[in-house]
Design a protein around this ligand. Structure first.
Ligand SMILES: [Zn+2]
Ligand SMILES: [Zn+2]
Length: 366
């Protein structure tokens, strides 16, 4: 049988393990349970497509970042992702680029290891489709992007630099925005040509012009304007118009964005809007939230980073889509400072109880 101090030691260990399990595992459940799929206004939301969207996971590579930082951030993302998929059961998941931090310079061996970790962290049921978009940290900024880096990314994730994915009658246009530099480099030229083909095919599908010679031999898609998904946001001057708790910090919002670095060029943005007339644009890259309307017609939502390394309050988007309508909502994950507060308060309480126990039950020394 355990003595009084033995029982106390066991209780103390149980208390510590419970706090650890709460902060590292349990906390995601009540927080994500508060989120729900948005409802469509005039349609049956049950038959609509449920899509979870996140961005900029920046899995650390072999060069940058302390191993403890890597371990902690990946654990947080894994638990947040796994809990979200389990509770919300999305049909499609999009990750809008910069899934790796060092994809742009990692060796073949490090690359294999990073891909393996990504697939473990973001594992998902076979009925859920996970689609990634190419970001500048995955293949490098335009001047660093080589054919070899692009191909290894495309092969590892079965993606292409320009394609339309149609699910339940909803068209998702996936674009490698790093290749929209507009300098007619071979990669950029290929992507632009592919986009023009897709634009023609989509317009033919929407207009139903089968007899038109112009539309012969084009692919057919559901006749509806696409949702554009890419890493870089379309051109905007700065983030001054962005509001909300996850908008860029006030002192950064007025700093002008650099074309082809922070946002797409004006030219490439105009082309995408002109060619595709998307009913929604979803982008990442800035790591902060923002909602804007381009040309008073085309709404864009910048999805903030999913990593606690980049934000105190990461989040993901929930989208309900039908052929003619969509609704979005945002789901915030536990704030880093909240977790720290739970840890420190619990440790204080446990230390206080230990102190009282030692005071009351300490045997007098002879
Ligand atoms: Zn990023
Ligand atoms: Zn980026």
């Amino acid at each position: 049988m355990l003595g009084l101090s033995g029982r106390f030691a066991v209780s103390l260990s149980v208390a510590f393990i419970s706090v650890f399990a709460l902060c590292e595992y349990g906390i995601y459940y009540p927080v994500i349970l508060r989120c729900s799929w948005p409802l469509l206004e005039n349609e049956d939301s049950q038959s609509a497509l449920r899509v979870l969207i996140l961005s900029d996971t920046h899995l650390l590579g072999a060069i940058r970042g302390h191993w403890l930082d890597k371990l902690r951030r990946e654990w947080q993302m894994e638990r947040a992702f796994q809990t979200s998929v389990w509770l919300l059961n999305p049909e499609v998941i999009f990750i809008l680029g910069d899934i790796f931090d060092e994809g742009k310079w990692s060796s073949s061996q490090d690359w294999e290891e990073d891909v393996r970790r990504f697939k473990r962290i973001f594992r998902h049921p076979s009925h859920t489709k996970l689609v990634v978009v190419i970001g500048n940290h995955d293949v490098g900024f335009h001047h660093e992007m080589t054919k070899q880096k692009l191909e290894r990314f495309e092969q590892a994730f079965n993606v292409a630099s320009a394609r339309i994915l149609s699910v339940k009658g909803v068209n998702f246009l996936l674009v490698n925005s790093v290749a929209l530099h507009g300098d007619r480099c071979p990669i950029c030229q290929n992507v632009e040509e592919e986009l023009q083909k897709l634009s023609r095919a989509l317009n033919c599908s929407i207009q139903g012009a089968e007899d038109d010679g112009h539309c012969k031999k084009t692919s057919t898609f559901p006749p509806t304007a696409p949702i554009l998904l890419q890493h870089y946001p379309l051109y905007r001057v700065n983030d001054a118009m962005c509001t909300g708790v996850d908008a860029a910090p006030l002192d950064e919002r007025n700093q002008p964005f650099q074309e082809r670095y922070d946002v797409l060029s004006k030219d490439a943005s105009k082309k995408l809007l002109w060619w595709f007339k998307p009913r929604l644009i979803l982008s990442g890259h800035t790591h902060s939230g923002c909602q804007i309307l381009h040309e008073e017609l085309y709404p864009e939502v910048s999805v903030p980073s999913f990593s606690w390394r980049n934000r105190n309050n990461p989040s993901f988007m929930l989208g309900t889509f039908s052929r003619s309508d969509f609704q979005l909502s945002k789901c915030f994950l536990p704030e880093e400072r909240m977790v720290f507060l739970v840890y420190s308060t619990s440790c204080l309480i446990i230390s206080f109880i230990t102190f009282i126990h030692l005071k009351m039950f300490r045997r007098p020394l002879h």
